[in-house]
Design a protein around this ligand. Structure first.
Ligand code: DP6
Length: 332
């Protein structure tokens, strides 16, 4: 049996990814920029074994048929590289709700690529792993790296330059992310089909895409200078421009609930009335992520925890990239 274990963390995009230029190769229309978290994680063990017959995926100890097709497709890419046809057993654990807009696919596929490639004896570098993770999920390409990360859209038709790169400048800038969980239900429309819907039907899609290059440059400069106010401005406008595109899709993609909007107002008020260094971002789900300075984290967590409809508040720092773990776990 060929086995390896890996750990990866979700990332939160500050300049968003919403649109594919090639759905088959999962190539993004534009770049994006994210921070990798440390308190949330996915731990995945991959074991290739001829005796299994077919691939099997377990999430938190239970068979997970919904995750099988995408997992097998990702494993196929690894098997092709290794010249292997061995089926695999994948056991994965998240310490946060799956498929609720907390980027479980980002950490999940980053961990799968790191563990799966090691189990097959492939010696891939981070760039190669980022490209393979991107094939499974665009945001997973970013979770290969820690800290501040930029996804490059690339220009080549084969996607060989569509990978993430770690950004300089942020290494000694400790930020916190306060996640307000407003629902633990899986989202109605997953990101992949959602962004395809926006690309095909939203009259705002081209306008959304036109914001990204400028926002990437502004975010990079803010990170280099540790300019919190500038990072807040660019992150909130990128998030809201993406949601404008989602809302203008036909039929509309409304990922927010009432508590999502209340959290947004609470964060803006904290900043404007009390000068608290915090800004919001929201992905394809109803959770709100407040990015703030370490000094502001407890105040932000207390305020968001008091918003009606907020079920749970998680506080995280910025984490390292995906990595192999020593040893294996007993298999059920
Ligand atoms: C709104 O990476 O989940 O979170 O490539 O289809 O797997 P696929 O999409 P995914 O999309 C993430 C969209 C987002 C914004 C972001 O993380 O940049």
């Amino acid at each position: 049996m060929l086995t390896a274990r890996a750990l990866a963390q979700p990332n939160i995009a500050l300049v968003k990814y919403w649109g594919k230029r090639d759905p088959a190769l999962n190539l993004p229309e534009r770049g994006s920029l994210s921070i990798t978290l440390d308190a949330l994680w996915t731990r995945t063990q991959v074991s290739f074994d001829a005796g299994l017959g077919v691939d099997r995926v377990l999430l938190d100890g239970r068979d997970w048929p919904e995750g099988l097709a995408r997992t097998s497709a990702c494993l196929d890419l690894l098997r092709r590289l290794a010249g292997s046809r061995l089926p695999a057993r994948v056991e994965t654990h998240n310490n946060f709700p799956t498929a609720a807009g907390l980027a479980s696919s980002a950490s999940g596929f980053a961990a799968l690529v790191v563990a799966g490639s090691a189990a097959l004896g492939l010696h891939l570098d981070a760039r190669e792993m980022s490209i393979l993770a991107r094939r499974a999920s665009g945001s997973a390409a970013r979770s290969i790296y820690g800290g501040f990360v930029q996804m490059q859209a690339g220009e080549r038709a084969d996607g060989s330059d569509a990978c993430a790169i770690p950004l300089p400048g942020g290494a000694d800038w400790p930020l916190r992310v306060v996640v307000a969980v407003t629902s633990s239900q899986p989202k109605a429309v997953h990101s992949g089909p959602g962004m395809e819907l926006s690309r095909r039907t939203s009259p705002y899609h081209a306008a959304w895409l036109a914001t990204v290059e400028e926002d990437l440059a502004a975010a990079r400069t803010a990170i280099e200078r540790h300019d919190f106010g500038a990072l807040a401005t660019v992150s909130e406008r990128s998030c809201l421009a993406m949601h404008a595109d989602m809302l203008a899709s036909r039929p509309a993609l409304i990922y927010w609930n009432g508590a999502t909007l209340e959290c947004i107002h609470a964060i803006r008020e904290l900043r404007e009335r009390e000068g608290v260094e915090a800004f919001f971002t929201v992905d394809a789900g109803p959770q709100v992520k407040a990015v703030c300075t370490p000094a502001a984290a407890s105040r932000v967590a207390a305020v968001l925890g008091g918003v009606a409809g907020v079920q749970e508040v998680l506080v995280s720092g910025l984490g390292a990239g995906a990595r192999l773990l020593a040893g294996t776990e007993p298999t059920a």
